[in-house]
Design a protein around this ligand. Structure first.
Ligand SMILES: *[C@@H]1O[C@H](CO)[C@@H](O)[C@H](O)[C@H]1NC(C)=O
Ligand SMILES: *[C@@H]1O[C@H](CO)[C@@H](O)[C@H](O)[C@H]1NC(C)=O
Ligand SMILES: *[C@@H]1O[C@H](CO)[C@@H](O)[C@H](O)[C@H]1NC(C)=O
Ligand SMILES: *[C@@H]1O[C@H](CO)[C@@H](O)[C@H](O)[C@H]1NC(C)=O
Length: 473
């Protein structure tokens, strides 16, 4: 009787493992990946070479035994790796999107990880040149000697270029194909939403800014990352260059005075009073009465809505991995009628009455079904001309929008009303057939918007006076 059992077992062993033995190779997927600026991955039978062509360092990845000298490869890793250390938040986001969160076992400052699906008590603090982990992702290829692998950390890459590094990280887990599929859908969604913004009748003016002390500078950020995001969301500006002299506050105020929206990445410290701090930093003494749209409408926005319990922003950890979601956040700020159902993740209105940040929790992040690895499809459209639904019933029919749910009442008030007058007239002309249902939707929207405008004028723009506490002398 024994032989009856042994035979199938032997056969199974042969079937499952035979090919590996016969080829004597790693069975690496033969994908050749090349990004520029960025990296390339070249796969051979028993190793692959990841070449970071920006930092000019090549890493060798092998499955079984380390190959002999391969030209240009100075650092070897056995893959798939199963213990990862990180000194850069985005590594955690890439692992999350790849379903590899459990491989993160060390970080330079574990308490600052915002991914709630990681048990931080099990993540140890990375020592110097820690050898207990297989690889350390960091912003430098030399942080941990032979364990370090660089991931880009600056804004000189566009959002998609930055996100494409998911393929590079995936190579350490032999998950390049999964990463490519995910990245392709992220890229497709990003491009589709950006394309949909090309038909705006009046593009909003927006700037990305940052204040720094010692030495004091007022910056209009024009790095590829911020510039590409703003442009993809349909924003324009009147200043074609950054500031010639970024130490001059008057020059800064003059350059942004046409702004409908300002996005801020200043390191603000006074939680709960950050708008006051912001006005003070940028030298606005009487912000509401400058005749400047973004000030009177309080359209000053930041990206740190999602935070951990201790207030650490989730943006650097998750957002760089999902530029499609970042772009949708940004579009929903600039063009709230594009998709009323979109709930902003990272963007929030600093200029509102409350600092409406959100602690990441099970209610907005399901570890069993993480949205980090789910990409919603975007529908191409040419009919979205932006701005004011009042004049344009067609925009009430944005895809996936079904009026009335999940609207973030605290975040979208000012923008449509501020731009209402400027778009008046002529919009209805292009619409040949207005279905009764759309008309009904239109009136419903109008009713709601008026109610909201009324509510806003009573609260957001009402009694509370934003006093300037001049903390800087
Ligand atoms: C990595 O890329 C650089 C720049 O393209 C090239 O000069 C170098 O030979 C490459 N190294 C390897 C090991 O392929
Ligand atoms: C204004 O927009 C143009 C075109 O997108 C861009 O090249 C430029 O850097 C922007 N300037 C500022 C100050 O954001
Ligand atoms: C941890 O996060 C806090 C708050 O964002 C920040 O001030 C601090 O520098 C971070 N620490 C490290 C080591 O990254
Ligand atoms: C938004 O609306 C909800 C429900 O209508 C309400 O509970 C909440 O207080 C409102 N938030 C603000 C900031 O007005």
């Amino acid at each position: 009787m024994r032989s009856n059992v042994a035979f199938p077992v032997a056969l199974t062993a042969l079937l499952c493992c035979g090919p590996h033995i016969v080829l004597g190779a790693c069975n690496f997927a033969k994908t050749t990946i090349s990004t520029s600026p960025g990296f390339n991955i070249v796969v051979s039978d028993n190793y692959k070479v990841l070449n970071d062509t920006t930092a000019n360092i090549a890493y060798g990845l092998y499955c079984d035994s380390q190959p002999g000298n391969i030209n240009g490869v100075t650092r070897w890793f056995k893959v798939p790796v199963d213990s990862v250390g990180t000194r850069i938040p985005v590594a955690s986001g890439f692992l999350e999107a790849l379903g590899q969160r459990s491989k993160l076992v060390a970080a330079d400052f574990p308490a600052n990880l915002t991914n709630i699906c990681i048990d931080k008590s099990k993540v140890k603090t990375l020592g110097d040149s820690d050898t207990s982990v297989n690889v350390v992702f960091s912003n430098s290829a030399s942080s941990d000697e032979s364990k370090s692998v660089r991931l880009p950390s600056d804004d000189s890459l566009t959002p998609l270029q930055r996100a494409e590094w998911i393929k590079f990280v995936a190579a350490f887990f032999n998950l390049e194909e999964q990463a490519s599929t995910l990245f392709d859908s992220i890229s497709a969604a990003y491009t589709c939403h950006a394309d949909n913004m090309r038909y705006l009748k009046r593009a909003p003016h927006a700037y990305w800014v940052e204040y720094m002390d010692s030495p004091t500078t007022y910056q209009i950020i024009t790095s590829a990352y911020q510039k590409n995001l703003l442009a993809s969301a349909g924003a324009t500006n009147a200043s074609t260059d950054g500031l010639a002299d970024n130490t001059n506050v008057a020059a800064f105020q003059a350059a942004v005075k046409d702004a409908d929206f300002v996005f801020d990445q200043t390191q603000l410290k006074k939680f709960g009073q950050r708008i006051t701090e912001w006005y003070s930093d940028f030298g606005y003494k009487d912000p509401q009465n400058q005749g400047v749209s973004f000030l009177s409408q309080r359209n000053i926005w930041r990206t740190d809505k999602y935070t951990s319990k201790s207030g650490v922003s989730n943006y650097p950890e998750f957002a760089y991995v999902r530029p499609d979601l970042v772009l949708q956040d940004l579009i929903s700020v600039l063009e709230p009628t594009y998709d009323r159902t979109h709930a902003q993740r990272w963007f929030f209105r600093l200029g509102g009455t409350t600092e409406d940040t959100t602690v990441i929790s099970a209610s907005n992040y399901d570890c069993a079904k993480p949205w980090m690895s789910v990409v919603d499809k975007c529908t191409a459209r040419k009919d979205f001309s932006g701005g004011d639904v009042e004049e344009d019933p067609s925009s009430a029919t944005s895809p996936g929008s079904n009026n009335g749910n999940k609207e973030d009442n605290s975040t979208d008030g000012g923008s449509s009303s501020s731009r209402a007058g400027k778009i008046a007239g002529g919009v209805i002309g292009g619409i040949a057939i207005i279905v009764l249902a759309i008309v009904a939707t239109h009136y419903y929207n109008r009713h709601r918007r008026r109610a909201r405008a009324r509510a806003l004028s009573e609260t957001a723009f009402g009694s509370e006076s934003i006093g300037l506490r001049n903390t800087r002398h």
